[in-house]
Design a protein around this ligand. Structure first.
Ligand code: ADP
Length: 259
C-alpha cells in the first residue's frame, strides 16, 4: 500500500535523517513507528505526504510514486494528525471538521451529515458540540476533533505524529482505547509515530523500531517483546520494562483478540 524503496533523506548539513529505508506498510494496518528522539520518525512520516522531500529512493502509494500524484489530491487523501492540537481557534468545531470536505466542494447537506456522524463516532453529542469553539473543549476532546478532522473526507491513509503525547495520562489512555475501537470500524491504513513503547505495543499491528535513521526491527508487538532483534531493541523495551511486564499479558491478549 505505502512502499518505501531504498529511501534516504539528507539535510543540507549532510546529516542523514533516514538512510536506505525499505518498508512496506499494508492496507488497513495500524503501523507504529517508534524510536528515540531524532531517529527519523517524523521525517519518515512527512515524506509520505510530501511535507518533506525525499533525497534518494522512492515512496509509492498503491503502486504509484508519490511524485506522480497531484500534490493537493495527495494531501487531501491523506489525513494528518499532529501532537499540538492544530484546530483553528476562531472556527466552530463543525467548521474545523469540515475543512477538507469544503475544499473538495462537497454540498452543504453532505458536509453537515458527515460532521454529525463523526462527532457521534467519538462520543460527542453533535447538538452540544458542533457550534462550540475549540477553547470550549477539554484537551482530550480537542484531540478527538483533530482525529475526526483527519477522517472527514474519508482518506485511505491517516498519518499521526505523537497525537496523544501532550495529554494527561488518563485522557491519553482513553484516546488510545477510542483509537483502537475506531480502527475496528474504519480499517484505514494508520501510520502512527510515538516514542512510548507501551503505546506502541497497545496500538500497533506491527511496530517499526528505528535508531539513527535506520531500521532496528520490524515486527508484531509479540515479536518485539519476546524476540528483540538486538540489544538496542531489548534495551528500548527494557526501559519500559516495569510497564511492559505489568501490561504484557493484558496488552498482548487484547491485541491478539483484535486480530
Ligand atoms: P524524530 O521524529 O525521530 O524525533 P526527526 O525525523 O524529526 O526525528 O529528525 C531526524 C534527524 O534529522 C535528527 O537528527 C534531526 O536533527 C534532523 N533534522 C530534522 N529536520 C531537520 C532540518 N530541517 N534540517 C537539518 N536537520 C534536520
Amino acid at each position: 500500500m505505502i512502499k518505501f524503496t531504498n529511501v534516504s533523506k539528507c539535510y543540507q548539513d549532510d546529516t542523514f535523517a533516514v538512510r536506505n529505508l525499505d518498508v512496506e506498510i499494508e492496507q488497513g494496518e495500524f503501523f507504529v513507528i517508534i524510536g528515540p528522539s531524532g531517529c527519523g520518525k517524523t521525517t519518515m512520516l512527512k515524506m509520505i505526504n510530501r511535507l518533506i522531500e525525499i533525497s534518494a529512493g522512492e515512496v509509492s502509494i498503491n503502486g504509484k510514486s508519490i511524485s506522480e500524484y497531484n500534490i493537493h489530491e495527495l494531501r487531501w487523501n491523506i489525513g494528518y494528525v499532529l501532537q499540538q492540537i492544530a484546530l483553528f481557534p476562531h472556527m466552530s468545531i463543525a467548521e474545523n471538521v469540515a475543512v477538507v470536505p469544503e475544499l473538495k466542494k462537497w454540498d452543504r447537506k453532505r458536509v453537515e451529515r458527515r460532521v454529525d456522524e463523526l462527532l457521534e463516532m467519538v462520543g460527542l453529542n453533535p447538538e452540544m458540540y458542533r457550534n462550540r469553539k475549540p477553547n470550549e473543549l477539554s484537551g482530550g476532546q480537542q484531540q478527538r476533533i483533530g482525529v475526526i478532522r483527519a477522517l472527514a473526507a474519508d482518506p485511505e491513509i491517516i498519518l499521526m505524529d505523537e497525537p496523544f503525547s501532550a495529554l494527561d495520562p488518563i485522557s491519553r489512555m482513553k484516546l488510545q482505547d477510542d483509537m483502537l475501537e475506531l480502527q475496528r470500524k474504519i480499517r484505514k491504513t494508520l501510520v502512527f509515530v510515538t516514542h512510548d513503547m507501551q503505546e506502541a505495543l497497545k496500538l500497533g499491528d506491527r511496530i517499526l523500531v528505528m535508531k539513527d535513521g535506520e531500521i532496528e526491527q520490524l515486527g508484531t508487538p509479540e515479536e518485539i517483546v519476546y524476540n528483540p532483534a538486538n540489544e538496542f531493541v531489548e534495551t528500548f523495551v527494557g526501559q519500559n520494562q516495569q510497564i511492559v511486564l505489568r501490561d504484557t499479558q493484558g496488552v498482548l491478549s487484547e491485541s491478539g483478540a483484535r486480530r
